[in-house]
Write a protein that binds this ligand. Structure first.
Ligand SMILES: Cc1ncc(COP(=O)(O)O)c(C=O)c1O
Length: 477
């Protein structure tokens, strides 16, 4: 062995065995062949029957054919499927393998900083090409649309993560893509739209003059910052006008979207099993609920089928507190009342949340699956202000090195709080959270934070109450 090789060898050995203790548990990796080959559908395992979506015109249970105007048949079948495990087609697995399985990290430097007895693990979904968990469903949705001959997809995006994920997916399957981007994010995050355009998508700030729904909002408020609810109305409007070659695609909320994201939790289970750990707490930020569903549903399955004790926590912004302060009731998924009514926690479909930087969490409702699991005690919920989540994000960036998306920072803040509690209680807990995305396109938000310009928006009680007054009056059984 040459001298410097021997030195390198010795140096590597020192690194991996500091103090005689194996250091191989910082990154817990899986082989490509260990990627899940099936998605987990939680519908057959729910503690209560899921209430059906209602037709917005008649307020009676929606039949699958009514959804065909906006979704391909195969995704409608998944949305209502009673089958627990659904095969992931080979063509989707091939694209997933560009970044999956994603690494699971142990946040050792964060643990040291907090001086906690807890072990903190995070699943890094930021390694996807678009920088978040969103491609897990974007690829699947584009694939099933392609199979049914769809030429164009319309969608909305908040922070731009979903829009870029769908732009990437449509690019792979040669489908045209139009993205209605919430105006406040369009202005706050100029580089996300460039990424979408590079992947071939057309990006329109919403509300726009291009749709009936957008024009109606602009007539009321020409300076409207927009919201996910408004952008969804525009994308649905666009789809209905341009059917049958255009379909609509949603990046969260729906059952099939939550199911596509379960690859996250299924991988975590294998990764933690590899190091002989099981989480006491699983945490995800919650906008529409898909990344939380993705990391937690396989664990909720364990809780239901194997009586495992695991707490699941949804984290949302104080300025859009659907789970923590909204009622559980039927509401529309969009502002113009074009979508089916869903039974969920909501702050009202015409509530326009304050302009916080976590644009992906500015949605009035939460997935009916996550909502039902919250109502039945399987998912807890907490809410934070934006300055405290940016503080948590900075601690994470300084200790672990990666800059989180503001949405992801909500999960980090909760993980930090739980690790501090473990210290107070002197308990060695295992905390797992979903690192849903990086913040490389969110630098203007960090700039505002560093300049002390971020404001905490108080819960606008009067505005929410006003929005709740417009809820459809449907009796919940
Ligand atoms: C990085 C990131 N995390 C989380 C979310 C919230 O969405 P969901 O609740 O569907 O995971 C978004 C939404 O845009 C996002 O971009």
């Amino acid at each position: 062995m040459m001298r410097h090789d021997a030195w390198n060898h010795c140096w590597v050995r020192t690194l991996v065995t500091i103090g005689g203790k194996a250091m191989s548990d910082t990154k817990i990796l899986l082989e490509e062949r260990q990627m899940p080959h099936q998605w987990y559908n939680i519908i057959p395992d729910l503690p209560e029957k899921l209430s059906p979506p209602l037709d917005p015109a008649t307020q009676t249970p929606l039949t699958p054919d009514k959804l065909e105007a906006i979704f391909p048949k195969s995704l409608i079948a998944q949305e209502m499927s009673p089958t627990r495990w659904i095969d992931i087609p080979e063509d989707i697995l091939k694209i997933y393998s560009l970044w999956r399985p994603t690494p699971l990290y142990r946040a050792k430097r964060l643990e040291q900083y907090l001086d906690t007895p807890a072990e903190i693990y995070y699943k890094n979904e930021a390694v996807s090409p678009a920088g978040s968990h969103k491609p897990n469903t974007a690829i699947a949705q584009a694939y099933f649309n392609k199979l049914e001959g769809i030429k164009r997809i319309a969608t909305e995006t908040g922070a731009g993560q979903w829009g870029s994920a769908l732009a990437l997916a449509c690019n792979y399957f040669n489908i045209a893509c139009r993205v209605y981007m919430v105006r406040v994010s369009y202005d706050q995050k100029p580089y996300r739209k460039i990424l979408m355009k590079v992947w071939g998508a057309e990006v329109i700030p919403s509300p726009s003059n291009l749709t009936e729904a957008g024009r109606r909002i602009l007539a009321k408020d020409p300076d409207s910052p927009g919201s996910l609810g408004v952008a969804i109305s525009e994308a649905v409007n666009d789809t209905v006008v341009n059917q049958p070659t255009t379909k609509y695609s949603l990046g969260s909320v729906l059952n099939h979207v939550c199911m596509h994201q379960t690859v996250i939790g299924l991988e975590c289970q294998k990764q933690l099993e590899k190091i002989n750990r099981y989480p006491d707490i699983v945490i995800g930020c919650c906008g529409g609920g898909s990344n939380l569903a993705g990391i937690s549903f396989p664990y909720i399955h364990d809780r239901i089928s194997k009586r495992k004790k695991v707490r699941v926590i949804a984290v949302e912004p104080q300025s859009c507190p659907s789970l923590t302060r909204g009622p559980y009731t039927y509401d529309y998924g969009d502002s113009a009342c074009l979508t089916p009514l869903m039974l969920m926690y909501t702050v009202g479909h015409d509530f326009i949340p304050p302009k916080i930087h976590a644009g992906g969490l500015r949605y009035h409702g939460v997935s009916p699956l996550v909502s039902l699991l919250h109502k039945t005690g399987f998912i807890e919920a907490v809410a934070y202000h934006q300055t405290e989540i940016f503080e948590a994000a900075s601690i994470f960036a300084k200790t672990e090195g990666i800059l989180p998306a503001p949405e992801t920072a909500h999960a980090i803040k909760c993980a930090i709080d739980e690790a501090k509690k473990a210290k107070e209680e002197k308990k060695k807990k295992v905390i797992l959270f979903n690192f849903s995305g990086h913040g490389h396109f969110d630098l203007s938000s960090y700039e505002a934070y560093l300049a002390g310009k971020l404001e905490d928006y108080e819960y606008p009680q009067d505005k929410i109450e006003e929005a709740l007054r417009h809820l459809p009056k449907i009796k919940v059984a």
